[in-house]
Design a binder for this molecule. Structure first.
Ligand SMILES: [Zn+2]
Length: 476
């Protein structure tokens, strides 16, 4: 198959006109005229732009698959309107299946009767936009064992009617009563999440936790992986398995740790305090990251560490320097959101990839101005980090954000806090392809060159419209 258009090779060849594929490999790259002459029988197709296959370099595909099936109630303020959406959803599900969703904001607490009428044969559990309260129907309460005798849990309350019966509205910790009987996501959600990413033009996904690796192995074994999957294990599970490829689409590659929390909840671990004097939260202590990381490296795994705040970034970089002699593959720092000038030199001398999600800036710029007043220029230092020479890899952290290339493109080329940190469109594309492949430790990927795997993304007007994966051309 011969594909032509503006071919961004991400190699020393720069741009080319055409690429010729044989099976699952790239066989030839060059001017259209030359390739047409060399392969006269080839099936030809043109696209505006062709790039190496996009990587989603930080995602939780199972959680994304779960979210895709949940009702998106964003912007709804009337219980009646929510009930209508629930009724529509109920018609698509077999009786007894859970209906979940979230995003509404009401002025008053509704009761379970409205949901019972909308979905008489399904348990329903819906959360408010801020996740501080929830609305359940009678079936859900029954499955949770909630009766008039159920006491209010500490830190929460069941809204009750005049007779003391729970109305179906749950405040704060009372949500846990139902939450704990919700079915856990499984293989179906993982597969759904990955398939959605494939349809958005991604050919590779870097899995960043919250799902057991055995599910990915099942998909790999039965030939159902729609992308190449780079897998980071949760730190509690790495001793159960070994690193390495399972077929040619799944690599169990690394172990993930969390050095801190996130800015929005003021749990990112900062050197300079927040306005209330706090410094955030340590999740996995640095000593544990170092000792467990050492053991995981010895076992042949790579190391991935979530670090958002300045203190977390500093601490983890120092740990990486100490562990450097043990590492057989590239280290990864996830998020790298807040970095002081003083820490920039610590990035030198490490075999390290910087996995970032600039799209968070689109919603969080205000949060940064509020929580980190006076330190805005330390946030999302895309240009400064690019200049370290270390590979940047871009992702979305789906389901936290929607996995859309254009959101990172927008945030990274027009930095909402500091234009001096802007990247060029070509650099953004590099971080999504070559940079991400280097972050995965897959040097043969992320470039269009003879002999490389034929994982390609196809574009029209700045958006993925198709891909080549597994030797097949898919147009969406
Ligand atoms: Zn994440």
């Amino acid at each position: 198959m011969l594909l032509y258009g503006r071919v961004e090779t991400m190699s020393e060849m720069g741009q080319a006109e055409a690429v010729y594929l044989e099976g699952e490999r790239i066989a030839d790259v060059g001017p259209l005229e030359d390739l047409s002459a060399r392969y006269p029988g080839a099936k030809k197709q043109s696209f505006e732009q062709l790039t190496p296959g996009l990587h989603e370099a930080h995602a939780h595909p199972q959680m994304w698959g779960l979210q895709l099936e949940s009702l998106d109630l964003d912007g709804l303020t009337e219980p009646q309107a929510v009930a209508q959406r629930v009724a529509e959803k109920a018609r698509t599900l077999s009786p007894g299946a859970w209906i979940r969703g979230g995003g509404y904001l009401f002025r008053a607490y509704p009761t379970r009767e409205l949901l019972d009428a909308a979905a008489p044969h399904h348990p329903v559990f819906l959360q408010s936009r801020d996740r501080h309260s929830a609305w359940a129907n009678s079936q859900a309460l029954e499955q949770a064992g909630v009766t008039p005798e159920t006491p209010d849990p500490s830190g929460g309350a069941l809204v009750r009617d005049a007779q003391g019966r729970p109305t179906g509205y749950l405040l704060e910790n009372a949500q846990e009563l139902v939450n704990r009987v919700l079915p856990q996501p499984g293989l179906v959600e993982l597969e759904r999440g990955l398939q959605d990413l494939a349809r958005r033009g991604y050919t590779a996904v870097h899995h960043m936790g919250w799902c057991h690796y055995s599910l990915a192995e099942q998909l790999a074994q039965s030939g159902r992986l729609p992308v190449r999957l780079w897998w980071a294990l949760d730190k509690d599970h790495w001793r159960e398995t070994r690193p390495g490829w399972r077929g040619d689409r799944l690599e169990v590659a690394a172990v993930k740790f969390f050095a801190d929390g996130a800015l929005g909840s003021r749990t990112a671990w900062m050197i300079e305090p927040y306005p209330d004097g706090s410094h955030g939260l340590v999740l996995d202590p640095l000593e544990l990251i170092e000792s467990e990381g050492h053991a995981a490296l010895q076992a042949g795994f790579g190391l991935v560490v979530h670090a958002i705040g300045t203190w977390a970034v500093q601490g983890v970089l120092k740990v990486f320097h100490r562990l450097k002699p043990r590492a057989r593959r590239i280290f990864r720092l996830e998020h790298v959101q807040h970095v002081r000038d003083a820490e920039l030199p610590l990035f030198a001398g490490l075999n390290l990839a910087l996995s970032m999600q600039p799209m968070h800036l689109l919603g969080d710029a205000e949060l940064v101005r509020y929580h980190l007043k006076g330190h805005e220029l330390e946030a999302f230092r895309l240009r400064d980090l690019w200049n370290t020479g270390l590979p940047l890899a871009f992702g979305s952290d789906a389901p936290v954000m929607r996995p859309l290339f254009e959101l990172n493109f927008q945030a990274a080329t027009a930095h909402p806090l500091n234009p001096a940190q802007n990247l060029t469109p070509a650099e953004v594309l590099w971080a999504y392809t070559r940079g991400a492949a280097l972050a995965a430790g897959w040097p043969e990927h992320g470039q269009i060159r003879p002999g490389a795997p034929a994982d390609l993304t196809l574009w029209e007007q700045g958006r993925p419209v198709g891909r080549v994966f597994g030797g097949a051309l898919e147009v969406f």
